[in-house]
Write a protein that binds this ligand. Structure first.
Ligand code: ADP
Ligand code: MG
Length: 326
């Protein structure tokens, strides 16, 4: 049973790269990293009911399993190259695997990422992807480079994925009563949950200008907190500058800001840079399509403090999704 599945996966791993000397089919892949680069390597596991809701379409699981890993490479400023896929399946489910690969390959191909190996076992549904990318060691975007006075930015919009999850959790009758505009917004938010866009091109562009970078997987407050801790600094955030989508504002006008501060799963990049680069960053990332908003500044005093556009202190209701708190 496993052999057929692996053969199906091998047949679909379409990306060809000259640096893959040997791909799926032997005991190990043989890969040739480019001279002078460091390998950037990351792994993330997705469990049903924890990282994606029960009943998520196989293609969405495949997309997301790769997207969350590409997001880690993006946050390092690395160029993606190779992936390993570890699948644990309750049974040899060919239809699941084909659907999964539809989503996985739809994201792998435009990034010229080659699937070079993996492992297939029987067990509860779990998907683990390992990605490899390249970056010059001195250009890698670390969490630890932020300095007091740096401006803080975030790509895209925040809070959408968590709001999408809230939409799925709501009663069906609720959804049926929504107006047309709300139905479209609901769709857009759920799309953001199921099909996050890893900011790979933005991450590579940022190698030139950013002083520190992290991807927002657990919520802005939590992840910016990690960046600050690694840099030995604090942050002052303007909650009125948070980039919010029209879909989020349509459906969650009252708590859009809380979603943006604490909602997980957005896979945007939060980064810092000297303030003189701000205009260029905002203009160039807008041209790239994802956009970037300036949301605050790095300060010497530790912790993340929040204020509004008038400088008044505000507090957040919670500090991000924590796997071990719930
Ligand atoms: P081994 O016992 O040597 O680990 P496997 O039967 O697990 O061999 O794997 C055979 C080949 O198929 C290897 O090249 C492995 O990398 C690849 N492979 C197995 N499962 C997957 C998967 N889910 N995705 C991609 N390649 C896989
Ligand atoms: Mg194996």
């Amino acid at each position: 049973m496993e052999f057929d599945l692996i053969e199906a996966i091998r047949a679909r791993s379409a990306t060809r790269r000259e640096d893959v000397l040997l791909g799926i089919g032997d005991d190990a892949a043989l890969l040739r990293p480019p001279p002078g680069h460091a390998l950037a390597v990351a792994v993330d596991t997705l469990l049903e009911g924890v990282h994606f809701p029960l009943g998520t379409a196989p293609a969405d699981i495949g997309w997301k399993a790769l997207a969350v890993n590409l997001s880690d490479l993006a946050a390092m400023g690395a160029t993606p190259a190779w992936a390993l896929l570890s699948l644990s399946l309750p049974r040899a489910d060919r239809r699941f695997v084909e659907g999964f690969l539809d989503g996985f390959m739809a994201l792998a191909e435009p990034h010229r990422l080659a699937l070079v190996g993996g492992d297939t076992t029987r067990g509860t549904l779990a998907v683990s992807v390992t990605v490899h990318g390249f970056v010059h060691e001195e250009q890698a975007l670390r969490r630890s480079g932020a300095k007091p006075g740096d401006a803080i930015f975030v790509t895209g919009t925040l809070g959408d994925a968590a709001a999408g999850l809230a939409c799925l959790d709501r009663q069906r009758d609720d959804a049926d009563r929504l107006l047309t505009s709300a139905v479209d917004s609901r769709k857009a938010l759920i799309e953001r949950l199921n099909r996050p866009s890893p900011r790979v091109a933005a991450g590579q562009w940022l190698r030139e200008v950013a002083s520190a970078c992290i991807d927002v997987s657990d919520g802005l407050l939590a992840d910016l907190g990690h960046l600050c801790k690694a840099s030995g600094v604090g942050a002052s955030l303007d909650v009125d500058a948070l980039p919010l989508s029209s879909a989020l504002l349509t459906l969650f006008a009252d708590n859009a800001r809380d979603f943006a501060l604490t909602g997980g799963d957005d896979y945007e990049l939060c980064f810092t840079a000297a303030p003189e680069h701000a205009a260029r960053i905002v203009a160039d990332l807008a041209r790239q399509g994802c956009g970037a908003a300036r949301i605050g500044r790095i300060v010497a005093e530790e912790g993340v403090a929040l204020h509004d556009a008038d400088g008044r202190r505000v507090t957040a209701s919670a500090s991000g999704w924590d796997h071990f708190r719930t």
